[in-house]
Design a protein around this ligand. Structure first.
Ligand code: DGL
Length: 360
C-alpha cells in the first residue's frame, strides 16, 4: 500500500469509527435477541389424520425440535432454542405443572443469555397459565404464551404464524414490563385479561377490555398497557411457593343445590369459587351451605359464569360484608381460582384476599 492509499484507508477507517461502523459495532447492531421456547403440548403440537381435520386431531404429539424446525423463519427474528417441559393437552395441566413451568420460566429469566421466553401451550387452559405466570414470575423480560386452534397438519393451520408472532413479540424490547402476554391470531393480549371465548375458531381469544396490541410481519404495535399489578410488582414469587392450596369451582344455574360445595369442602378445598349466574348471584338453597363453610374457615369467592365485560359488585347480589365473602371483581371463575390459590399462600384474612382481587 503506497502512502496515498494508506492515508485514504486511514481516513475511511476514521470515518467508520466516528459513525460507529466498526466490525464490533456492526456485529452488536445486528445482535439477535436470545429467545427460549418452552413446549408443553396442546394443539400447536397436534396432528390430525388429514388436512381436512381442523378440529379432530390428537394434541401434544409434535416435539419441540420439530416444532421449531417447522418454522425456519424464526431464525430471522431471534436466536431460538427449545425445551420440552411437558407434552400434554392443557385440560390435563394441574397445579404441580403450573409450579414446575413457572419455576423454569423464572430461572431462565434470570439468565443473561435469555432475552425473552415463549411458552407453547394448549389453548383450553392457556389463560390460566398466562395469569399464573404474570402473578408469580419476577421479571421485566417478555413472557409470551402461544397456542393454536388448528393442528399443523390442517389446511390454513394457525400455529406457525402464531409461533412466529410470539417469537417476534418475545424478541422485541417493546414487550418488556407488560406482564405475561398471549399472542394468538395477530393480537397481543394481556395474560391477565384474555380468555378463550370461542371453542373452535382461530379468533378464539378475547380480552373484555381489549387487546394490548398487534404483531404484524414480525413487528409489534402497541395501543395500551396493563394497569393491574404483575411480575416484578407482584407480592407472589414462584421461587418461594412450594405447593398451591386446593381451590375448587362450582357453577350456579337454575335448580342449583349445595352438594358440590359440601363435597369440595369435605375433600379439603381451602376456598370455593362460586361461578354465579348474573352478577355472581347465589341461589337461595346454596346460601346456608356457603355461610356454614365460611364459618369453618373456607374462603367463599363470588365470580360469575357470565362471559367478561363487567365485574361482580361487592354487596350487590349478596351481603358480602355480613357473610365475610370475597368478590372476584372482573376475573372469570378459572382465573379467580388461580389468584385465590396464590392468595392463600400468603393470608387467610378475607379482607386481604379482597384487596388482592382488586389489585391483580
Ligand atoms: N386439548 C386442547 C388443549 O390442549 C386442545 C386445544 C388447543 O390446544 O387448541 O388445550
Amino acid at each position: 500500500m503506497n502512502h496515498r492509499s494508506f492515508i485514504r484507508w486511514l481516513s475511511a477507517l476514521g470515518t467508520a469509527l466516528a459513525l460507529g461502523f466498526t466490525p464490533l459495532a456492526q456485529a452488536q447492531a445486528v445482535k439477535k435477541a436470545q429467545v427460549v421456547i418452552l413446549a408443553t403440548g396442546g394443539t400447536i403440537a397436534g396432528a390430525g389424520a388429514s388436512a381436512a381435520n381442523s378440529a379432530t386431531y390428537q394434541a401434544a404429539k409434535v416435539p419441540v425440535d420439530k416444532l421449531l424446525a417447522s418454522v425456519p423463519e424464526l431464525s430471522t427474528l431471534a436466536d431460538v432454542r427449545g425445551e420440552q417441559v411437558f407434552q400434554i393437552a392443557s385440560e390435563s395441566l394441574n397445579n404441580e405443572h403450573l409450579v414446575t413451568l413457572a419455576k423454569r420460566v423464572s430461572a431462565l429469566s434470570k439468565q443473561a443469555d435469555v432475552d425473552g421466553i415463549v411458552i407453547t401451550h394448549g389453548t383450553d387452559t392457556l389463560e390460566e397459565t398466562a395469569y399464573f405466570l404474570t402473578l408469580t414470575v419476577h421479571t421485566n423480560k417478555p413472557i409470551v404464551v402461544v397456542g393454536s386452534m388448528r393442528p399443523g397438519t390442517a389446511l390454513s393451520a394457525d400455529g406457525a404464524l402464531n409461533l412466529y408472532n410470539a417469537v417476534a413479540t418475545a424478541a422485541s424490547p417493546t414487550s418488556a414490563g407488560k406482564g405475561a402476554l398471549v399472542v394468538m391470531n395477530d393480537e397481543i393480549n394481556s395474560g391477565r385479561d384474555v380468555a378463550k371465548s370461542i371453542n373452535i375458531r382461530t379468533e378464539a381469544f378475547k380480552s373484555p377490555w381489549g387487546a394490548l396490541g398487534m404483531v404484524v410481519e414480525g413487528k409489534t404495535y402497541w395501543f395500551r398497557a396493563p394497569v393491574k399489578r404483575h411480575t416484578v410488582q407482584s407480592e407472589f414469587d414462584i421461587d418461594s411457593i412450594p405447593v398451591l392450596p386446593k381451590v375448587e369451582i362450582a357453577y350456579g344455574y337454575g335448580s342449583a343445590n349445595d352438594i358440590a360445595y359440601r363435597a369440595f369442602a369435605a375433600a379439603g378445598a381451602k376456598a370455593l369459587i362460586h361461578a354465579g349466574t348474573g352478577n355472581g348471584s347465589v341461589a337461595a338453597p346454596v346460601v346456608p351451605a356457603l355461610r356454614e363453610l365460611r364459618a369453618k374457615g373456607i374462603q367463599i369467592i363470588r365470580s360469575a359464569r357470565v362471559v367478561g365485560g363487567g365485574f361482580v359488585l361487592r354487596n350487590a347480589e349478596q351481603p358480602d360484608d355480613q357473610y365475610d365473602w370475597v368478590v372476584a371483581h372482573d376475573l372469570n371463575p378459572q382465573k379467580a381460582r388461580i389468584l385465590a390459590s396464590l392468595a392463600l399462600t400468603r393470608t387467610t384474612d378475607s379482607k386481604d384476599i379482597q384487596r388482592m382481587f382488586m389489585e391483580y
